[in-house]
Ligand binder design. Structure first.
Ligand code: AMP
Length: 594
């Protein structure tokens, strides 16, 4: 049955990718037929459904442009000001990477999500064999409590809405180790504890482990580090800790809690080892892969996950945002740095604003290998200036684009805020690597340091710590413009590989790390540093657990743990306070050598 479903899924995938152009045309036609009469589109199209007119007249917008319409719907106006179909709720985006959480309209339409899931599963089965037979997935999934808009419409993260859907409830027991009650528990700590406990109890039946984004997977490892003795005690005695007071969790766990001293001993032996290298494979010996997104800003976590994984492949299966489901990774075994997502033309109408430069990623690679010779041109290229958008099937491999979507749920030519690089085609559907969020920028003066600039610089600098046995488990930054001259401040959380006790890093090496980051930054940055328009870069090493505290803070502010993406640049004063209160050491770059 499952095998047939997956075969059918692969066939659909072939058809969708082969007919990409026609399907995109149909999608736009359908969206216009449904919605040309809405207040929003009438203003540009005069009620006409013409596709060319759409491209000529409808402006490319950001969230800020459409927010007034969304607020009107959230406050009780009829949703037909934006789309013909009734809005049944809103998806709340995380808001950590680019700024404030957004409210994205959603409708009752669920078919696309179900198809996307089937296609993803079909691809995974093709590469990993029959996963139904390989065992369940210990996928750590989290929900957030729903909030209501003044008009009574629910606003939840997209993933929460999926997990609460009856369709998901029907498959959860078959596919996942976590009982639905533990996923729906909105206390993330209780949820994590229970999901890990049942995952450990069923460790011999686990075919894969994972979480939506890599940062949550690392948090889970830290959680086991902090709680393994208690988890083992629960397994040994068959009694659940009193810390778990959520009734749903307690009921669900009662079905699993039987004294099992042998299992507890095995887990204790594994967790009691000094080094946690390969811990994931040791704890879940039958797991075939770790399913978690490690592309984009999440690539900062691949080194740490590789350390814990014991050689299990890291699989980033899809590129999805609250606005639209976009693409699937057809080669799940490819290395995180090589992952491309194949866009599915039936999910939304996609357009791509060429970013006026050669592709950033390719270019930065060159910079890394060729040294400073290219810095000036890199700087020239880093001004992101958009020109006319191109259609899905017309993108050119090697070129970077900003993604623009038109959806069935009321977004028209809407900039998602992601920069992607076209890498090739599968049949006629293009494939993209995720490059970066568009608006995450550090700046003191006229220099601009993007998310990917910083990631590259940090990756290079942290290599200095590798031979000393340190792992960088999290970083973020902010531009301190209050001091004169201003300077960049980086926060790093480190961990020693050979044991869970943290030893102090050598100050000399940390100063070298500061200088290394600066050397990798762009020409203008280095010029300003030389002219002391920018003060030396500062690196603040924070205590272990700081980035968990940061995640807790953003979750308390409305972000979903499931969709959480640690910000690479922070603007919130509160968040900076959290980091500052946990600083163990401060280091500054030495005199400039530029
Ligand atoms: P949210 O709407 O809160 O779920 O966040 C969606 C955003 O997460 C996207 O716009 C991307 O910036 C990021 N994202 C989603 N999927 C991926 C992926 N596979 N790789 C890198 N970043 C991703």
């Amino acid at each position: 049955m499952a095998a047939e479903r997956h075969q059918a899924g692969l066939k659909i995938l072939e058809k969708l990718t082969t007919d990409a152009y026609q399907i995109q045309e149909q999608v736009l036609e359908e969206i216009l037929n449904r919605n040309a009469g809405t207040e929003y589109l009438r203003g540009f199209l005069n009620g006409q459904c013409d596709k060319q007119l759409f491209k000529k007249n409808v402006p490319i917008v950001t969230y800020d442009d459409i927010e007034p319409y969304i607020h009107r719907i959230a406050n009780g106006e009829s949703s037909d000001i934006l789309l013909a179909e009734p809005v049944t709720g809103f998806y709340r985006s995380t808001g950590t990477s680019g700024g404030q959480p957004k409210l994205i309209p959603s409708t009752a339409e669920k078919d696309k999500g179900a198809l996307f899931q089937t296609l993803k599963e079909s691809v995974m089965n093709k590469h990993f064999g029959d996963l139904d037979k390989a065992g369940k997935s210990m996928q750590l999934l989290f929900t957030k409590q729903e909030i209501e808009t003044p008009s009574g419409l629910p606003a939840t993260p997209a993933t929460t809405s999926i997990f609460k859907d009856s369709g998901f409830r029907n498959i959860v027991a078959r596919l996942y180790t976590s009982p639905i009650e533990t996923i729906l528990c909105s206390d993330n700590n209780q949820s994590m504890y229970c999901q890990l406990l049942v995952g450990l109890i069923q460790r011999d039946e686990v075919g894969s482990v994972g979480s939506s984004f890599a940062s949550t997977m690392l948090r889970a490892i830290k959680f086991i580090e902090d709680h393994w003795k208690e988890l083992c005690y629960n397994i040994k005695t068959g009694h659940l800790s009193n810390r778990i007071n959520d009734s749903g969790c307690k009921n669900a766990l009662s079905l699993f809690m039987k004294p099992n001293p042998d299992l507890a001993d095995s887990i204790e032996n594994i967790c009691g080892c000094k080094s946690w290298e390969g811990i994931i494979r040791k704890l879940w010996p039958k797991a075939k892969y770790i399913g978690t997104i490690t592309t984009g800003i999440m690539s900062q976590y691949t080194a740490a996950l590789d350390f814990y994984s014991g050689g299990l492949p890291l699989v980033s299966s899809a590129y999805v945002c609250s606005e639209a489901m976009c693409g699937i990774n057809l080669e799940p075994l490819s290395k995180p740095a090589d992952v491309s997502y194949t866009f599915l033309p039936n999910m939304a109408y996609f357009e791509f604003l060429p970013v006026k430069k050669d592709c950033l990623t390719k270019f930065l690679d060159q910079v890394q290998f060729n040294g400073v010779a290219h810095q000036e041109s890199k700087e020239m290229m880093s001004s992101i200036e958009a020109i006319e958008p191109v259609d899905l099937v017309n993108v050119e491999p090697g070129q970077c684009y900003e993604l623009v979507v038109t959806t069935f749920a009321g977004l028209y030519r809407y900039k998602v805020g992601d920069i992607l690089m076209a890498t090739g085609f599968y049949n006629n559907a293009p494939q993209f690597q995720f490059v970066e969020r568009q608006n995450v920028i550090l700046s003191i003066d006229a220099e601009k340091t993007s998310e990917v600039d910083l990631l590259r610089a940090v990756t290079k600098a942290k290599a200095l710590l590798d031979p000393l046995g340190f792992l960088l488990t999290g970083y973020t930054s902010y531009a301190d413009t209050l001091s004169t001259p201003g300077h960049y401040i980086l926060f790093w959380e480190l961990k020693t590989k050979e044991s869970n006790d943290m030893k102090e890093p050598d100050p000399k090496i940390m100063v070298e790390c500061c200088s290394s980051v600066e050397e990798s930054l762009n020409y203008t940055y280095r010029m300003y540093r030389k002219e002391t328009i920018i003060a030396p870069l500062e690196l603040r090493v924070v205590k272990q657990g700081t980035f968990d505290a940061l995640m807790d803070y953003y979750v308390s502010q409305g972000a979903s743990m499931n969709q959480y993406k640690g910000p690479s640049c922070i603007k919130s004063k509160e968040a900076i306070k959290i980091l500052d209160s946990r600083v163990m050491g401060k280091f500054f770059s030495a005199e400039t050598q530029f």
